[in-house]
Design a protein around this ligand. Structure first.
Ligand code: SAM
Length: 176
């Protein structure tokens, strides 16, 4: 059975976080998640840019917005997802990877600005990717790679209009 993986973006601020949130969406899609839920009102710029990528490069991948993070995370948990919150204060990912790989349904939570204490309490696992401050994009990338144990690198995307034929030199794009 394919793992069901959702990314939850906590604290998206319209305009200010658009670029970083868009990159979180692109990483979530490329590294195997089926959906990203973004806390806040619908941000059409983010949704349209990511939907355009999914339309061209394939999916399935969904971008949804949710105004109430508490309600959303509780509902996700009730559906059987393990909540994995990424924070530099959490347990080291190299020490918990084996656990994460055993779960069929995972929701990876990433922050933007300061994350409320309650998120740490709702999470089943608070996990750090290095115990150094850096970026939610980098933390998400490595966490998804650990959740999928590297198998996301072999993922194929359905409904793609184009795909890349990898080359040592130059660029080769094939119409599917
Ligand atoms: C730029 S940081 C800001 C964090 C904020 N200053 C705080 O104290 O909550 C935004 C997000 O990046 C992620 N992040 C940054 N460094 C991380 C690390 N070493 N391990 C895991 N996640 C990290 C976390 O999800 C965090 O909420």
């Amino acid at each position: 059975m394919e793992k069901e993986v959702i990314v939850f973006r906590y604290g998206h601020r319209a305009y200010r976080d658009e670029r970083v949130t868009s990159h979180c969406c692109l990483v979530a899609r490329a590294f195997g998640a089926q959906k990203i839920i973004i806390e806040g009102p619908v941000d059409k710029t983010v949704k349209e840019s990511v939907d355009t990528i999914t339309d061209k490069w394939g999916g399935p991948f969904e971008v949804v917005f949710e105004p109430d993070w508490r309600r959303s995370l509780k509902a996700i948990k009730a559906q059987g997802y393990r909540i994995v919150h990424l924070s530099m204060y959490g347990l080291r990912i190299q020490d918990v990877s084996h656990q994460l790989q055993g779960f069929e349904k995972v929701c990876v939570v990433i922050g933007s600005q300061k994350v409320e204490k309650e998120v740490y309490a709702v999470a089943d696992h608070n996990v750090s990717v290095t115990t150094q401050p850096h970026s939610e994009i980098a933390a998400l990338t490595l966490a998804l790679d650990r959740v999928f144990d590297g198998k996301e690198l072999e993922k194929t995307f359905s409904g793609a209009k184009v795909s890349i034929e990898p080359q040592q030199q130059g660029k080769k794009l094939e119409k599917v």
